[in-house]
Design a protein around this ligand. Structure first.
Ligand code: DX5
Ligand code: ZN
Length: 215
């Protein structure tokens, strides 16, 4: 499996998104965190801004929806022609139907679980998904510390779903990425590690190398 690095623009300069996207044009996809101030205690951007990002981005979009009413909103993001749309298990009324609706537009359906959600309870849904996102911080903010104990969920998923894309998000850096890759993750979101460095493109390369070796 190949290691994919998806920088999160949550840590980018929101006033200069187009040039911030150019700085990570060597990444596999750009991770776009959509927050509604209800599901998580933070508010970011919504459909109009994500629509423009999709139009100008040199790389595919990986949408992470941290919003209530995923059933209603997830398909609308999928219609933008993005690579993947991730909704949260905790906010979806009918996760399998949401996944199907995302897939109709050609986007990969993915589902995220918060740190308090057990992985066993989503086992029946996984076969409807292309990717599962195991949160390695409490969703809502960048720059938090990596929750290593969440990697047990990654190992569990990798054991039972060898082909599944497993994404980790939160606290991923040069110090933590190898642990996550060894547990079985193959898609890595990094916000502050990439945009906090002087050369984001170089940081993407370094992270990819560290993850590939561990994978
Ligand atoms: C947090 C977001 C992350 C965030 C990660 O809720 O889902 O994507 O940008 O930031 P870092 O990499 O700084 O932990
Ligand atoms: Zn995210």
């Amino acid at each position: 499996m190949q290691a994919k690095i998806n920088p999160s623009i949550l840590s980018a300069d929101f006033v200069n998104l187009e040039s911030e996207l150019e700085r990570i044009s060597n990444a596999d996809a750009v991770h776009v965190d959509v927050m509604d101030g209800h599901f998580v205690p933070n508010l970011t951007i919504g459909l109009p801004v994500v629509t423009r990002i999709a139009e100008v981005s040199p790389i595919p979009l990986d949408i992470h929806l941290m919003i209530e009413d995923a059933d209603r909103w997830a398909p609308k993001y999928a219609e933008l022609g993005v690579a993947s749309v991730t909704f949260h298990y905790e906010t979806a009324l009918n996760p399998i139907q949401v996944a199907k609706n995302i897939g109709v537009s050609g986007a990969k359906p993915a589902m995220a679980i918060k740190p308090a959600t057990s992985v066993q309870q989503i086992a029946d849904i996984v076969e409807s998904l292309d990717m599962v996102l195991v949160m390695t911080v409490e969703p809502g903010f960048g720059g938090q510390s990596f929750m290593e104990e969440q990697l047990e969920k990654v190992s569990y998923l990798r054991r039972y779903f060898p082909e599944l894309d497993i994404q980790v998000d939160g606290g991923i850096s040069k110090e933590t990425i190898a642990k996550a890759a060894s547990a079985g993750a193959n898609v890595f979101v990094a916000g502050s590690a990439v945009y906090g460095s002087e050369n984001p493109a170089l940081e993407v390369e370094l992270l990819r190398k560290l993850a590939s070796v561990a994978l």
